[in-house]
Design a protein around this ligand. Structure first.
Ligand code: UDP
Length: 450
């Protein structure tokens, strides 16, 4: 029987949560930890790259318990949208019994649980099992500090039209409609909301916290978050995508990348709003016109098959519309890309940082306003372009913002390049993220009984 420390990894089934936790898991396996990953059946294919890279990793596949608010067969946020988080987390919490049974019948059960920060209920499960639980935060420490403040006094903050976070570095303030969606959707009379809140607060008492973030990006917020926790073990180990197992060797042949090969350095704006957002017809028309008026080269990823009124013909050679899905990381990493018109999802934000590409921000919901603030106001690696999920931008104005931002010497472009250097430094030997990851693993191995 192996004497290596055995960890149960439990991701939240949403793309933006799962991929970074699997990147972390890859690093734990490389450092010799024994791993079991818990998923529901339909999420098993997402594990293929890591299981191929590390055949020793085991899986624990448990069926998702039914929930009246979840469509039958839906097991991933992709299937239900982000309002599905509360019922999905509630349904997953009913796995506490089956997980305990599995532990009790296992010949060498895990010594610790690492689970997503949305699965804070696993803290009490781990306590019952007598093992440490580590909260993995697929988002930044700024957002999670805001969560812990908002959820510690919901009634007070729900009554405000805008909230100033005076305890946080730089005292950021947000209008009510810009606060994170899980807080805005919170409903005290809904049991799923209440258990989600308890889970978020339980993260603070867990044995440790690991963030997909890094010191040069969020040092002051990682330090602040540490003060909010009981245990004071807070580690910034990102950007985790820099540790990703490359599963798609073919992607360099993608036509979109060949198209970029013919464009000058830094000349192309990449436009994409993540994996969940579908723009309305008027938004599509206005954005198309703005891109046309900006006279900038662009790649625009659109969901579905919308009619774009001849835009593609009018901008032929200068603009490319990609339907449904594009290899975002490869596009951002191409030397021809100089800007990213983005909704500022945390993964998109980190991917643009890693690529050294300036953000042109259009935050809409979820954590996007919070992320946009860090990128634009605090780090100066982006500009504001638009905001709101339903907003139809003025094409002239948005076209001008894009044109100005893509101007050759935009200061934001230079700062984005500097931040990229810092991101790569963080994951080099001796860099802050590698050092914090090693400290985390060493301490975990030390405290886990064999
Ligand atoms: N993504 C992609 N191609 C697309 C759209 C999105 O590869 O056409 C990836 C993107 O690289 C990122 C993720 O999907 O890793 C989106 O995550 P993010 O946190 O930015 O936004 P969300 O989808 O959660 O709103």
């Amino acid at each position: 029987m192996s004497t290596a420390t055995h960890i149960l990894v439990f991701p939240h089934p949403a793309q933006g949560h799962m991929l970074p936790l699997l990147d972390l898991t890859n690093q734990l396996a490389i450092r010799g930890l024994r791993i079991t990953i818990l998923v529901t059946p339909k999420n098993l294919p997402i594990l293929t790259p890591i299981l191929t890279a590390h055949p020793s990793i085991q899986t624990l596949v448990l069926s998702l318990p039914p929930h009246p608010k979840l469509p039958v067969g839906a097991e991933n946020i992709r299937d239900i949208g982000n309002r599905g988080n509360f019922p999905l987390v509630s349904a997953l919490s009913k796995l506490a019994g089956p997980i305990s049974d599995w532990f009790n019948s296992h010949p060498s059960p895990p010594h610790a649980i690492i689970s997503d920060f949305f699965l804070g209920w696993t803290h009490s499960l781990a306590t019952q099992l007598g093992i440490p639980r580590i909260a993995f935060f697929s988002s930044g420490a700024f957002l999670c500090s805001i969560f812990s403040i908002l959820f510690s006094d919901i009634a007070r903050f729900k009554a405000l039209h805008s909230v100033e976070f005076t305890d946080l570095p730089n005292s950021p303030a947000f209008k009510e409609e810009h606060l994170p969606s899980v807080f805005r959707f919170y409903n005290e009379s809904d049991p799923d909301s209440r258990s989600f809140k308890e889970g978020l607060l339980a993260n603070m008492s867990s044995w440790g916290c690991v963030f997909n973030s890094f010191r040069a990006l969020e040092g002051q917020y990682l330090d602040h978050f540490r003060k909010l926790t009981v245990h004071r073990r807070v580690h910034g180990v990102g950007p985790l995508s820099l540790f990703r197992i490359n599963s798609d060797q073919e992607s360099s042949c993608e036509p979109v990348l060949t198209w970029l090969d013919d464009c000058p350095d830094g000349s192309v704006l990449y436009v994409s709003f993540g994996s969940q957002k579908w723009l309305s017809e008027p938004q599509l028309q206005a954005l198309g016109l703005a891109l046309e008026k900006s006279q900038t080269r662009f790649i625009w990823v659109v969901r579905g098959e919308p009619e774009l009124d001849g835009l593609e013909e009018r901008v032929a050679g200068r603009g490319l519309v990609v339907r449904e899905w594009a290899p975002q990381v490869e596009i951002l990493g191409h030397r021809a890309v100089g800007g990213f018109l983005s909704h500022c999802g945390w993964n998109s934000a980190l991917e643009s940082v890693v690529a050294g590409v300036m953000i042109v921000a259009w935050p809409m919901e979820a954590d996007q306003y919070v992320n946009a603030r860090i990128l634009v106001e605090e780090l100066g690696v982006g500009v504001h372009a638009c905001e709101g999920p339903q907003t139809v931008p003025d094409p002239d104005e948005l076209g001008r913002v894009i044109k100005d931002a893509m101007g050759l010497n935009a200061a934001q472009k230079l700062r984005a390049k500097e931040l990229k250097e810092k991101a790569f430094e963080a994951v080099r030997d001796g860099g802050s993220s590698v050092t914090e990851l090693d400290e985390f693993v060493n301490e975990l191995v030390r405290v886990c009984p064999k």
